[in-house]
Design a protein around this ligand. Structure first.
Ligand code: PLP
Length: 393
């Protein structure tokens, strides 16, 4: 057997170096990175500010337990709470860990206020929350759950963006609604404003918590620090990760005091979460993201990217159906009968790294620091790839 557990259907590419929006393979061929590790490298590869922060921290102290204070952890938590709906933050190493705490916190909240019967969570079809048993129970896909049962009980799955189905699924046992503000793995699908309005009203009416998974769509990806800001409402709990560490493993669970107050000492923990190296990088990421004008630039680049993708669709209508997304979280859905993965293989060959998403989508998650010229470069490679793909079919 291969020495690496073969749970990935790996592309035949080996990357050894990255710089800004570019990746370099083991033959020193250069690629525009339109995926940045599933939306992770928010500041691109080896961002000077992040590198300097990490190196500086590496010379000071790598790890201390959460039993002790560290100034960078307190600083990062203060900045995140000041910039969001949240009153408190818990740092993790990954998105799934942060999501899992959101689940525990939800149950703990209702158990603590004398409503232990409210333990069920409504989740959305084609969602993705990670690979822990809790997360795969909440977003079960056959290939992700097969042979791993019994799964965790207590999830009700409803169709995407369907308020009537959501309302029907609510019972006296429902504790929360969990959703990706913009669905990522499911195919880069934003919810409609009308749906979110109805969801917020239903949550209020039935005393439900709103738990957002912004692991992929948060941290500036959509042109606001958090994607919920576009919709004008506040969640109770939110998990994020990916972009917050721009490649250093870091996640966070954000919550209001009302919900979080029952998570008392000993009720949860982590060895590595909140480690000084991660905190140094997280602060370096916020230095960039919270700077004046940064989010406006991300939004403008998102509009530019979306227009470029419309151009691609117009030129290759036999390959592509529609553009989707918000900010720099973009996708183009392929026509049925067109294999997105095969098309993506050709794109890689032409020097642009895109990745697949559900619903036959070619997913585009470039670094948030990408320039218009760099977008053009990646889009040109997508045009070349599309031309070559057309010639083959
Ligand atoms: C990637 C992702 C996760 C899981 O994050 P990990 O760091 O892989 O555990 C959870 N939710 C969403 C929406 C994601 O995109």
């Amino acid at each position: 057997m291969q020495p690496i557990l073969p749970v990935y259907n790996t592309f035949d590419l080996t990357f050894v170096r990255g710089e800004g929006v570019y990746l370099f393979d083991d033959h020193n061929k250069k690629y525009v990175d339109f995926s940045c590790g599933y939306g992770v490298n928010a500041l691109g590869h080896c961002h000077p500010g992040a590198v300097a922060a990490l190196k500086d921290q590496a010379d000071k102290v790598w790890h201390i337990s959460n039993m002790f204070h560290h100034p960078l952890k307190e600083k990062l938590a203060a900045r995140i709470t000041a910039a969001s709906f949240a009153n408190t933050v818990f740092f993790t190493n990954s998105g799934a860990e942060a999501w899992e705490l959101g689940l525990k916190m939800t149950r703990r909240y209702f158990a603590s206020i004398g409503k232990p019967e409210k333990y069920r969570m409504i989740c959305i079809e084609n969602a993705f929350h990670g690979r822990t048993v809790g997360a795969i129970s909440a977003a079960p896909k056959d290939y992700m759950i097969k042979g791993f049962g019994p799964l965790l009980e207590g999830f009700d799955i409803v169709p995407f963006n369907d308020a009537a189905a959501l309302e029907k699924a609510i019972t006296s046992e429902t504790a929360a609604i969990c959703l990706e503000t913009v669905q990522g793995e499911g195919g880069i699908r934003p919810h409609s404003q009308e749906y979110i309005n109805q969801l917020v009203a239903l949550a209020k009416k039935h005393d439900l918590l709103i738990f957002l998974d912004e692991v992929q769509c948060g941290m500036g990806r959509t042109g606001t620090l958090f994607a919920y800001e576009h919709y004008g409402f506040m969640p109770d709990i939110l998990c994020t990760a990916k972009g917050i560490g721009t490649g250093f493993p870091l996640g966070a669970l954000l919550a209001t005091e009302r919900v979080a107050q029952y998570m008392t000492a000993g009720s949860h923990g982590t060895t590595y979460g909140g480690n000084p190296l991660a905190m140094a990088v997280g602060n370096a990421v916020l230095d960039v993201m919270l700077a004046d004008g940064f989010m406006e630039t991300v939004s403008a680049r998102g509009v530019y990217m979306a227009e470029a993708l419309h151009g691609l669709i117009a030129q290759f209508p036999k390959l592509y159906r529609e553009q989707r997304g918000m900010g720099l979280m973009q996708g183009v859905q392929c026509q049925s009968g067109i294999d997105n993965r095969a098309l993506i293989d050709v794109m890689h060959h032409e020097g642009v790294i895109s990745i697949p998403a559900g619903d036959n989508v070619v997913r585009i998650l470039p670094p948030l620091i990408i320039s218009e010229r760099e977008i053009d470069e990646g889009i040109t490679a997508m045009h070349h790839a599309s031309q070559k793909f057309m010639e083959k079919i």
